[in-house]
Design a protein around this ligand. Structure first.
Ligand code: CA
Ligand code: CA
Length: 219
């Protein structure tokens, strides 16, 4: 992939991204120039280091977690393929490496979770999948920032890790521990001492997630 060839966004590509993410044409082209300015390697993809140069993320205590969210999950199929030798090695290796880079499409897909909900996002055909910026998808995005081991539950330890990132050094481990315990106690309905996505949704029922998890993108 030459840097020149990838520096142009094709019209069909813009249309596809529009459909998938709900961003407008001008938002997509504006975000594309932001994307290319971050792409120091000029290879059409961003690395973690590229993201770390975004000032808003650098100062965000959860910045690293948010950056992680841009990178596709480790493809278990590719890993299994490597181990079993079931796949052609180069194919598996390629899938493994590609997760360290995110292309513009993937970048937009993640950003789409932060798009404010607009009237045009509502009353959609039920056969069409929920837009990425729906309340549910925003919640799921937040849930995954906590659920590091991706077992679909937030454990006490995972909650503690996030709390530690978010509060300063003035709070003792004991105090944090009791905040985590209390949070889990309040959220946990099935008694497994961890928070499932359903329990997470319930706890945040009255919170204006739509507002809190939206970034105003210029039109
Ligand atoms: Ca977990
Ligand atoms: Ca539970």
């Amino acid at each position: 992939m030459g840097s020149r060839a990838s520096s142009l966004l094709r019209e069909e590509e813009i249309e596809d991204i529009k459909k998938e993410t709900g961003f407008s044409h001008s938002q997509i082209t504006r975000l594309y120039s932001r994307f290319t300015s971050l792409d120091k390697g000029e290879n059409g993809t961003l690395s973690r280091e590229d993201f770390q140069r975004i000032p808003e993320l650098a100062i965000n205590p959860l910045g690293d977690r948010i950056i992680n969210a841009f990178f596709p999950e480790k493809s278990t199929e590719a890993v299994a393929g490597l181990i079993l030798g079931a796949y052609q090695e180069c194919h598996a290796l390629h899938s493994l490496f590609s997760e360290d880079q995110v292309n513009f499409r993937g970048f937009m897909r993640t950003l789409a979770h932060f798009r404010p909900i607009e009237d045009s996002d509502k009353n959609k055909d039920p056969r069409v999948p929920e837009p990425l910026n729906s309340r549910n998808n925003k919640l799921l995005f937040a849930f995954r920032l906590y659920d590091l081991d991706k077992d679909d539950k937030i454990s006490r330890e995972e909650l503690l890790q996030v709390l530690r990132m978010m509060v300063g050094v003035n709070i003792s481990d004991e105090q944090l521990g009791s905040i985590a315990d209390r949070t889990i106690q309040e959220a946990d309905q099935d008694g497994d001492s961890s928070i499932s996505f359903t329990e997470f949704q319930k706890v945040l029922e009255k919170v204006d997630v739509e507002q809190k998890m939206s970034i105003r993108f210029l039109h």
